[in-house]
Design a protein around this ligand. Sequence first.
Ligand SMILES: [Mn+2]
Length: 294
Amino acid sequence: MTPSVLELFTVKPPESFFESSRRVEDSKIVVVGFPYDSTSSFRVGSRYAPSAIRRYTCGLEGYCWELDLEVSEIPIADAGDLVVVHGDTAKTLKRLGDVVEELKSMEKVVTTVGGEHTLTLSAFKSCRADGLVVFDAHMDFRDEYPCGQRLSHATWLKRLCESFDPSKVVVVGVRAVCKDELREAKRLGLTFISMKEYRERGLKAFRDAISSMKGSIYVSVDVDVLDPAYAPGVSNPEPLGFTLAELLEHVWALRGLKIAGFDVVEVCPPYDNGCACACASKILLDLACLAWLS
Ligand SMILES: [Mn+2]
């Protein structure tokens, strides 16, 4: 029998997310690890995050107070890690896209755990959502980064918006940009909420931004949206970020929207003291609960 793309391009690690032993066929939410960090420009090591976060999800109490749901009640499966090709971002993203596509054809909600943020470019397209919500300290809207490199962790959103309406994207928690990308984001009509705006308007800024969203959404959480005090182990730490409670209030505000897929990216275990992995696990738990209720 010919193996499926999923069988061909994933490997099963010894532990599984949330200690799930369910099979992909018997689940609604399927988690895929993306152990890739070849375009990381500052602190490398997010390739180790899928296995580190797996371990932390097994140690976390799986009850979500806000949604009154326990992770064991959710049909969730761990499909293992993508077999990546280090140094070949295009090939690795194509492979992830094929795997996500196959899972979507089985009507699954796909969760990808990075790894670097470039994965969203591929996973979002294959999930075919109508809107995109990104939590990130950065805008990732540069045309090239570094100079001459069009496909990287700092350019993926610019590439994504070449084939997707930027007004259907909401980026939250922005505080680290260069002037050029800010100008370009405004020119193209990208919706974004800076930390400055959040401090002035609170959660209302986000509620207003998502009020016009229709159909299904994809949610991407770059853990560096949190303040480094809460999540020190990320690839590009930026001060003046959210507390985990502030971030989760935004996540809970998504209740009522249909979630087609989501990801949690940029945790960098070699620089972590356990806090970023614990935060990433909690974010995954609440998003999984939210996706199941949607
Ligand atoms: Mn970022």
